[in-house]
Design a protein around this ligand. Structure first.
Ligand SMILES: [Zn+2]
Length: 121
């Protein structure tokens, strides 16, 4: 499990890199989101990191959409099958699936077109 040593730095930089919207003012937007959207904070907890790794290992590092095996967990996303919309029950107890970054950004764009305020990881 040599990859685990790299997990923490990868996670801390994941949120900004996942954001496909314009990079301008990303830092401001991140700090704003951390205040207004509870899910933004939940992603930074040890509890989420543990849950995320459980989902990824359960799915054998395989993207559920394209079936690609991705050994680098920094390129994998534990995706909420049902958007949590900052609902703690949906966030922590909702069904999760492993997606690669590519497939996730596709589903994320779809979700955001109908629900622009969500945070979809
Ligand atoms: Zn994929």
């Amino acid at each position: 499990m040599a990859k685990l040593a790299n997990l923490k730095p990868a996670l801390s930089s994941m949120a900004p890199r996942l954001n496909v919207a314009g990079p301008a003012n990303e830092r401001e937007r991140s700090s704003l989101r951390s205040k207004t959207e509870p899910a933004f904070r939940w992603y930074n907890t040890a509890r989420w990191r543990k849950l995320r790794m459980e989902v990824i290992t359960r799915d054998r590092f395989t993207c559920r959409m394209c079936k690609r095996i991705e050994p680098n967990t920094a390129n994998l996303v534990a995706d909420h099958v049902i958007p949590h919309r900052n609902d703690p029950v949906k966030f922590w107890e909702g069904k999760l699936q492993t997606l690669c970054r590519t497939c996730h950004s596709t589903t994320k764009q779809k979700a955001e077109s109908s629900m622009p305020k969500g945070v979809w990881y």
